[in-house]
Design a protein around this ligand. Structure first.
Ligand code: ATP
Ligand code: MG
Length: 339
């Protein structure tokens, strides 16, 4: 497909991230719906061409667990990447809309992500590098797919020059400067699973008076039981700051909720550094007592702090919980019609 901007009709904005924005478009000549990611890159033309060459690998990714790519092109000063459109969006927008995700769905998410990571690594030697709820997409066929994987080293470099690539899903060893490995993706998967299953990001800020009072407000007068929080639809802020019984004393700036958070504000940067310290120093977060042994065992295995002890995607696929995913009779397609 020879893609060019003139053939693409914009239908809607899908969202904005740190690296660019995504719009829903129709490829008019063929009537195909696509998600067009627009990445602003401040780089020499030779570097842009290199990035385009590297993005070609995306065309060679054929897996039911990976977003397919229609093509990419330069539209100065941007690079546009046209992907398969996923009509139910990403899991971060889903849980922010409906609250904690059914554990049966979370189980299928874990399975799809592991299959996707295994495919990327075994077939293309690619490490994803950015596993998080906004990069896991769903469609109304009930398919779960990964997007935004690190195919292009040059693209990663260019974005890293513009944004400090600090993600709140980053593994302890990455924070301490180790190279990315497939094990770092597994840590990010563990954090993602807790976030989806509980409806809240697992590190939170209960020391901060300001946030504590927000919390009191949100609990309201109808109940004093903090576990009631999980039955309420979380707001964006909730998702990062809600009460977490297992992880008191956690601090995290409100600004961190967007994922990459170093900005001009000294205070918030400070809190992100504190969060990073905490990820390195404190015990890893856990799923919580309301979940089954199988579920906890799996998430604990993803969140081993020492990458040498942490399992690879292949070994994790052998866990009991992943047998449940393969044998699952949960109707994901029907579930997508409920929100
Ligand atoms: P970050 O830049 O920190 O990685 P992000 O993943 O939210 O954050 P983008 O990758 O730019 O940022 O994506 C923005 C939003 O666009 C996502 O949250 C997702 O909901 C939506 N989106 C991305 N790709 C698709 C797609 N193929 N189909 C449907 N929606 C998509
Ligand atoms: Mg993304």
């Amino acid at each position: 497909l020879d893609l060019k901007n003139d053939d693409l009709r914009k239908l809607a904005d899908l969202g904005q991230g740190n690296g660019g924005s995504v719009v829903k478009v129709e490829h008019v000549p063929t009537g195909t719906l696509m998600a067009k990611k627009i990445v602003m890159i401040d780089a020499k033309s030779s570097v842009r061409k290199q990035i385009l060459r590297e993005l070609q690998i995306m065309h060679e990714c054929h897996s039911e667990y990976i977003i397919s790519c229609f093509g990419s092109f330069l539209a100065e000063p941007n690079i546009c990447i046209c992907m398969e459109f996923m009509d139910k969006g990403s899991f971060d927008s889903i849980y922010k809309k409906i609250g904690a995700i059914d554990i049966n769905v979370v189980c299928l998410v874990a399975h799809s992500v592991l299959e996707g990571l295994t495919y990327l690594y075994d077939v293309h030697r690619i490490i994803h590098r950015d596993i998080k709820p906004s990069n896991i997409l769903l469609n109304s066929e009930g398919e779960i797919k990964l997007c935004d994987f690190g195919v292009s080293g040059e693209l990663i470099n260019s974005i890293a020059k513009t944004f400090v690539g600090t993600s709140i899903y980053m593994s302890p060893e990455r924070i301490q400067g180790a190279e990315y490995s497939v094990k770092s993706d597994i840590w990010s998967l563990g954090i993602t699973l807790i976030e989806l299953a509980t409806g809240q990001f697992p590190f939170c800020d209960v020391e901060d008076d300001d946030n504590l009072s927000d919390l009191e407000e949100e609990r309201g007068s109808d109940s004093d039981d903090p576990s009631d929080l999980k039955n309420k639809t979380p707001t964006h802020r909730d998702s990062t700051f809600a009460f977490n019984k297992r992880n008191k004393n956690k601090r995290l700036s409100k600004r961190a909720s967007k994922g990459m958070a170093f900005d001009a504000d000294g205070m918030s940067s400070m809190s992100i550094i504190e969060l990073m310290h905490q990820i390195v120093r404190e015990p890893a977060p856990r799923l919580g007592p309301q979940f089954s042994e199988e579920e906890e065992e799996f998430v604990d295995a993803c969140l081993m702090k020492d990458p040498d002890e942490r399992h690879s995607p292949k070994t994790l696929l052998e866990y009991r919980w992943m047998d449940d995913a393969r044998d699952s009779t949960f109707d994901l397609r029907r579930w997508t019609t409920t929100f």
